[in-house]
Design a binder for this molecule. Structure first.
Ligand code: SF4
Length: 473
């Protein structure tokens, strides 16, 4: 996938409104703070566009109340468990009860469990033992585990590793970069809450910028951790829109993109809602519309997301068939509202040169702007110089160079052609003659000499940009 990393700064600031469905993956609707207006809070969440709320038990009474709420509201689900603060009250009878309740169809997770060495309300040995028992229950029931970890990173990771559990989330993540990477490498999601909006959360914001899309969840932890600008008030699920908007701002996508990504992740982890099965032909990211016209490619890049996932920014890109020109135009509709129409999906678009020319011409007639993201193999694929054919149809082209020499290119991109790297360089040179805006990119990878790559691009008169590994779309 040749999608460049985000390059716009003109994105929505914190807006307080996200017009797509959201899932609050962690709130405590059972708590007394909601006794006066619980139904109102749930109604406000529904009206703010939430498709699900997961109310998380901290003790037996809270778990029971959460199940009752889930029974009364179709879009409320529950998690059952004992918070580390109350680990001292955990008994074998607790385990048996949780196990029985886990069979309730609206119970979607075990937790919250974990370790809290900040308050130490229960002895640390007891917290560790009870955390292990919750992980056993997660393994036994097949449910994901919701983990609380405060000032207890090393022990949390050690216990998780020993448990063999790989399905769950570190809720309200407050660890460092190393902990984030270790948790994700074990398969755990990281859930971000209101503190990301706090002025002093610089480290958290840095981490949030770099979490791959596939590992990100969002939550309120209501009634706690109220995001700005409501800090100091009781938190509630509808306030999560500002947390989503801030995460979107940090990651240079739109709040709608962020909502789509995190909602898909929540559906996957907790098994709620439906996962889109049909691939998108046209899909929006930020204010551009991307076209997914083929899943074929003449490279097999080691970093290519299509080998790991069917989804980019919450859009399914695994095509069942290659769309016709008519299908692509119908998927675009009116191109004029978009900043650009970009040929870029799970494959090399210029494999379908005739379709690209047909659709690009159609977009240009409607005053749209056209970009192609390509691996630069088109002349090899078609056995001729195709760039003159794109003149007047394409405003911008982004070509993946991805290495500084042939040997490195062959190792990373595994092209089907010999001499592909030198042909990509020639393609860049030719592109400059026919397309107004030519950009060259490399992905930051071990063994890639970024400076040499930059020199190649600049010697050809092309703009140069480094893309971060795993930052797709
Ligand atoms: S394999 Fe093809 S689609 Fe995937 S990143 Fe490489 S050039 Fe792009």
């Amino acid at each position: 996938m040749n999608t460049p990393a985000p390059d716009q700064d003109n994105l929505s600031p914190v807006s307080g409104h996200v017009p797509v469905s959201l899932i609050d993956t962690h709130c405590h609707l059972d708590m007394k703070e909601f006794d006066e207006d619980r139904d109102e809070v749930i109604r406000r969440a529904r009206e703010s566009g939430f498709e699900a709320l997961i109310t998380v038990g901290s003790d037996l009474a809270g778990s029971i109340k959460g199940m009752e709420l889930a029974g009364r509201h179709d879009f409320v689900f529950s998690a059952i468990g004992i918070h580390p603060h109350d680990a001292k009250d955990f008994t074998e009878d607790t385990y048996a009860r949780l196990k029985t309740w886990s069979k309730n169809g609206k119970v979607v997770a075990i937790g919250e469990t974990g370790l809290d060495y900040h308050y130490d309300h229960s002895p640390r040995d007891t917290q560790r033992a009870v955390f292990r028992r919750h992980l056993e229950l997660g393994r036994e029931t097949g449910l994901p585990v919701i983990i609380h970890s405060r000032e207890a990173g090393p022990d949390t990771l050690e216990i998780l590793t020993d448990s063999g559990v790989t399905s769950g989330v570190l809720h309200c993540f407050s660890g460092d970069q190393s902990m984030a990477e270790q948790a994700m490498s074990m398969g755990f999601y990281l859930s971000i809450a209101g503190p990301v909006t706090f002025r002093k959360s610089a480290q958290l914001r840095d981490i949030v910028r770099g979490i791959p899309d596939d590992y990100l969840l969002v939550e309120t932890d209501a009634p706690y951790l109220t995001p700005e600008p409501w800090r100091g008030k009781r938190n509630e699920p509808s306030f999560m829109v500002n947390t989503v908007a801030e995460i979107a701002r940090l990651r240079k996508v739109s709040p709608e993109d962020m909502a789509r990504i995190t909602t898909l992740n929540a559906r996957r982890l907790f098994g709620i809602g439906t996962i889109p099965e049909k691939a998108a032909i046209a899909y929006q990211i930020r204010d551009s519309l991307y076209l997914n016209i083929t899943n074929r490619c003449t490279n097999a890049c080691s970093f290519c997301i299509r080998f790991r996932s069917d989804f980019v920014k919450g859009h399914n890109l695994r095509l069942g068939h290659e769309p016709s020109g008519g299908e692509v135009k119908a998927a675009i509709g009116d191109p004029s509202p978009y900043r650009e129409i970009v040929f870029c999906g799970y494959g090399e678009p210029l494999q379908r040169l005739d379709l690209v020319k047909e659709v690009a011409g159609w977009v240009k007639e409607r005053k749209g702007r056209v970009r192609i993201n390509t691996n630069g193999h088109a002349n090899l694929i078609h056995g001729r110089n195709v760039l003159p054919e794109l003149a007047g149809l394409v405003d911008s082209i982004s070509i993946s160079l991805d290495a500084h020499d042939e040997a490195t290119y062959n190792r990373i991109c595994k092209p089907v052609f010999t001499n592909a790297f030198s042909e990509v360089v020639l393609f860049i040179r030719e592109a400059k003659k026919y397309i107004p805006d030519v950009r060259v990119t490399v992905v930051e990878l071990e063994g890639v000499d970024v400076e040499k790559s930059r020199q190649i691009a600049e010697s050809l008169g092309a703009a140069f940009r480094v893309r971060k590994l795993d930052a797709v779309g």
